[in-house]
Structures are given as C-alpha cells and as structure tokens.
Design a protein around this ligand. Structure first.
Ligand code: NAD
Length: 475
C-alpha cells in the first residue's frame, strides 16, 4: 500500500525501491544482536574470502592500485571495522541507564540507540570499497535499511559492489544503485531518514541543501587542505619518510593526505633532501615503472592536476622532485614543489594528487595564523619533539583529527571518531561513532509509582507556589 505522503514521489525512478525499504524498516530496526552479527559475518566473508581477488582486480583496473594498498587500505579496513563492531555491538545496543532527578521521584530513565530508518550512503571513488562498506557496516549494526550510490568514476569497483550487495542482501534491506550524478539527484529527492555522504565540500553543500527539504539528518565526510607542520625540533628524516608515504599512497588521492607542508625555514633544505631520498627508496629512480605507485583516477582529475603543475611553473615555483606527467597512463610523478607564490592554485584548492607544496615559516605563530586563515581542515599533522609546540598547535587550531609525528594513521583506529569540522565535514564515523551516526538516541522515562511532580498539577493554590519554590531551591 502506498502511504499518502509518498504519492509525491511516484515518478521518481527509485520510488519502488525506497517504498520497499520503508515498508521493511521496522522489521530490520527490531532485528536482534544475533541477527545483525549474522549479516556482518556474511558481509565479512564476501569481502575477505569470496570476492577478495575480484576486489583487487577491480581496483587494479580502476586506479592501478597496488595489491598491498588494496589489502591494507580497503580489505583490512572493512574487515577490521566489522570485527571491531562485532566486539562491541552488544554493548552499544544495550539500553543506557541514566540517573533520574529527585523531582521525578517514582520514575526511572534510560535511552536507546534505535535505527533511524531508511538511509542513503553516497560514496566517492578514491577508496571505493572501504568508503562504501565502512558506513554500511555502521548502518547495518544500527539496524537500518540502506540504499547505496557509489561513485561513477570507478566503474569496475562500482559494478563489483553491486554484485556483492545483490549476493548478500535482499533489496528491501540493502540495495546499490549505480549511475552518474543524476542518480544521486533523484535519490536525494526522496525522504530518507539519514544521508551519509563522503566526498568534496562543494557536493557536500548540495547534499545538505537537498536534505533540508525533509529535515533529513546528515553525516558529511568531506575533504579540504590538510596541513603538516614541521618545526625545527623535529626528526627530519623520520618526518620525511612518513610524509612521503602518506602523501604518495594511492597517488595522493586520499582525504587525509598531507596536502601541504609548513616548515621552519631553517630546516627546509634538509627536509627536501630527506624526501628525495625516501621517494627514491619507495618508488625507485623511475616511479613510472614502480609497482608501488598508483595512477590518477580519470582524465578529468589528471587534467585538473596538470593545470596545477602548469600554474606553478608559470609562477616560477621550484620543482624539487617530479613534475613529469603521462596523459595516456594518467601518471603523475611524486612531486615536491617549493618557492610557491601564495596565489598559486596548489595553495588554494585541495590537491588530491601526488604533488606536495612546501611553504616556509619563520616562527610557529606564523604557521598557526596561516592555517587559521584557511577553511578548517579534515586533518592537521605536527612533527615536533617540543611538547609545548605540540600543545600550542593543538590549542590554537581546529581540525577533524591530528597525528603527532605521523600522518594518515588516525583513520585506522576504530576507537577514535573520524570526520571533519565545518568545511571538512559534519558528524563522525567509525566504530561506535558510526553506529551513533546511524542511530536515533531515544530518551525514555518510565513511571513506576505515583510521581511527586503530580503534587504540582493544577489547580495552582498558594501552597503549590510554595512547593514550586522549594522544588527550584532543593531539587
Ligand atoms: P565528489 O564530491 O565529486 O563525489 C562524491 C559522490 O557524490 C559520488 O558518488 C558522486 O557521484 C556524487 N556526486 C557528485 N556530484 C554530485 C551532485 N552534483 N549531486 C549529487 N551527487 C553528486 O567527490 P569525489 O571526487 O568522489 O571524492 C573526492 C573528495 O572526497 C575530496 O574532496 C576528498 O577529500 C573527499 N573525501 C573525503 C573523505 C572523508 O572520509 N572525509 C574520504 C574520501 C574522500
């Protein structure tokens, strides 16, 4: 039966699918711990066993992703997320008892994490499996029905995910819709109970404005320019090694990649030399032949990065390493650029590719002001041996997450909330925080006996005024 409030959406291509999930939402919502664990187990088996080789193949075709990176940044992340969720789900699903004030004597209180209902997950292309199945794990754990719209930029991964989802779930519980932007646009017209979006801040604004129509809650996992500070007390070689790894992993197409380096000017040359050494060690003298280095996802993104390089060259920036491109294979060499003018596009837009700009500072306050003049980042990294410098940077900046003397790895700790702030995102994901994002916290008060507050019901004789005053004073 079609509910009257749904008739507006009859022409929507996803109306039938949405209606099926809407009709099924309470059945899935009241699923038990054991039933949810069973679903997570089936998904785990699909990723870890049945489709593991297919996942590697799809990512090879879409991104030339090295197998080790697929194992660690896709399969391990999803399987790790499922294992973590299975360990704690019982605890998360329990009713959470809280205190009840004396003024409510005769009652007890608790809150529940109940499913939100029908959820939409829109995911990007850079870690297609991880960033689609990761939120899905949280949505299933919280007892939701889900429609997924993955990115059209990685078609082999998207087709494989469609197969996995159809294999593992019935469509009235979890379904995957493939398609371009138009598919998202149509889906966004439907009255979902929650939207979990991972992608760029610009599209995040489109998602949020579509959500206002139905006052749908949103989790927006966005990106932006994530700075890395290296102060003069830092271990330069260790910093260079970690930054070279964090920046050129997946050819820089990572939301938490160090976008640019802010370094004390007295150690710039040493840092550049150390980076040169590590780039050579990781990817050899000819990174274009290295099996450890990925490619740019599409021609559009290749051309976007190419124009950053051309812009930097036109402004006489110094290419310390790299700068070479090959359009046919969508290869961009691991690149290090210094002496950039502030209006260079590399210092304005999120780079999302294997190009690392280096900006120098004279004192730490200058570095902090530089960061705070830009949008709030998803990640901020600091390399330092000085406790007071580390403390100062954390206290005087805002970011979704921070690593001290490392980068990227905070993403992999499921005990931590993951997400941005303002332009880099709204809401958090991973582990409990992902479960929470897909849950409604329902407050419940249970009246057991006569409640003393009933003494204060109308009619309001003068004695009640006194009682009200006493309540304010003592309870
Ligand atoms: P994107 O915003 O272009 O696309 C993301 C998704 O939105 C895709 O599924 C796409 O089909 C859809 N989409 C695109 N335009 C749309 C529109 N006009 N209306 C509705 N839907 C639309 O992002 P991307 O290029 O896939 O990914 C790169 C961006 O994502 C970067 O900014 C990166 O920092 C960010 N990102 C963030 C995280 C995170 O966890 N915070 C993770 C990965 C990527």
């Amino acid at each position: 039966m079609i509910h009257s409030e749904m008739t507006d959406y009859r022409d929507n291509p996803y109306f039938n699918l949405f209606s099926k999930q809407k009709a099924n939402q309470y059945t899935i919502g009241k699923s038990t711990y054991n039933q949810r664990i069973k679903k997570l187990n089936v998904l785990q088996r699909a990723v870890e066993v049945t489709y593991r080789e297919h996942i590697k193949e799809a990512l090879q075709k879409d991104l030339s992703k090295p197998v080790v990176e697929t194992e660690l940044s896709e399969i391990y992340q999803i399987v790790g997320d499922i294992k973590f969720t299975k360990t704690y789900l019982h605890q998360w699903m329990r009713k959470q008892k809280v205190k009840t004030p004396l003024s409510m004597l005769g009652a007890s209180s608790y809150y529940l994490y109940e499913s939100k209902g029908v959820c939409l997950i829109i995911s990007p292309w850079n870690f297609p499996f991880n960033l689609t199945f990761g939120p899905l794990v949280s949505a299933i754990a919280a007892g939701n029905t889900v429609i997924i719209k993955p990115s059209e930029m990685t078609p082999h991964s998207s087709a494989l995910m469609a197969k996995i989802i159809a294999d593992v779930f019935k469509e009235d519980e979890v379904a995957l819709v493939e398609g371009e932007v138009e598919a998202s646009t149509q889906l966004l017209k439907l009255p979902f109970n929650h939207i979990f979006f991972t992608g760029s801040p610009n599209v995040g604004k489109i998602i949020m404005s579509a959500a206002t129509k139905h006052l749908t809650s949103v989790t927006l996992e966005l990106g932006g320019k994530s700075p890395t500070i290296i102060d003069k007390t830092a271990n330069i070689d260790m910093a260079a090694k970690k930054i070279v790894w964090g920046k050129y992993l997946n050819a820089g197409q990572i939301c938490v990649a160090p976008d640019y380096v802010l370094i004390d000017e007295s150690i710039e040359t040493d840092f550049i030399n150390a980076c040169k050494k590590w780039i050579k060690k990781f990817y050899s003298e000819q990174p274009e032949n290295s099996r450890s280095f990925a490619r740019i996802v599409t021609d559009k993104h290749f051309n976007r990065l190419k124009s950053h390089i051309e812009n930097a060259k036109s402004l006489n920036a110094k290419f310390e390493v790299g700068g070479e491109l090959d359009a046919e294979s969508k290869y961009i060499a691991p690149t290090l650029v210094s002496h950039l003018k502030e209006d260079a596009t590399l210092l304005q837009d999120e780079i999302f590719g294997p190009i690392l700009p280096i900006v120098t500072y004279k004192n730490l306050n200058e570095a902090i002001s530089y960061i705070n003049a830009k949008e709030r980042p998803l990640a901020l990294y600091i390399y330092s041996k000085s406790k007071s410098n580390i403390k100062k940077v954390i206290a005087h900046t805002r970011a979704g997450g921070t690593c001290i003397n490392n980068n990227v790895i905070h993403y992999a700790n499921h005990n931590l909330p993951f997400g941005g702030t303002n332009n880099s995102g709204i809401g958090k994901s991973h582990g409990f925080f992902g479960f929470e994002a897909f849950s409604n916290k329902r407050a419940i008060v249970k009246q057991h006996t006569f409640g003393i507050s009933e003494y204060l019901f109308p009619p309001y004789e003068s004695v009640k005024e006194k009682l009200a005053r006493l309540t304010v004073k003592w309870f």
